[in-house]
Design a protein. Sequence first.
Length: 212
Amino acid sequence: MMLREGLVDARINNHYSVTSFYGIGGPQTLQQARHAYVLRHSIEFVEEPTGEFVEPTPTEKEEGVKPFPIVKIHIKINDKEVTTPERIVLSRNIGAQRYYGSLDIMKVNNQKVAIIQRLADKNGEKNLENQDWKIIWIDEKNHLTEEKITYKNRGNHPLAVKLIMESNTTPMRIGYHSDLLEMYPSFVYPIFYPWGTFLIGLISLISSIRKK
């Protein structure tokens, strides 16, 4: 399973170059976060308030963090709304990083545009095993397509997984089929841990025999 993860990742990296256009989670102005021009396309995010909020954790409350607003995002490409508006949770930084973890724009091979959106359920968030994503593609001929991905069926969408990972639109790191390589320890546990403890034990045994 670990070998398969490495092979899929190598294949994706050999065929695709994935880069964030400007990083909605990066140090951009609020205006840039809501409106961008990518490969000759105008992309705009229009927020529709829902009046709903996600409560911060007890630790966040102690730090003075306010509830996180839930909004519906209308996505416009070249001034036309292109998909059904979906709910996302705005980040704690309602400035430049307001969409961090929920929305980003990526370029693939510097030819295609991908808008990645992590969807929220009625409570604002989803646990990883029930997580959904939506990707809107704009190809070289300006054709639009929409792709839906879930955590459970992600193995059928390796490029989508790469985009999700590079855009940080996931609550925690995920793999193409398995999360083994994204967990700690990875190779350390199945290889170095048993052999390392064996060698330490062997050296200790030899040392004790020599002393006798």
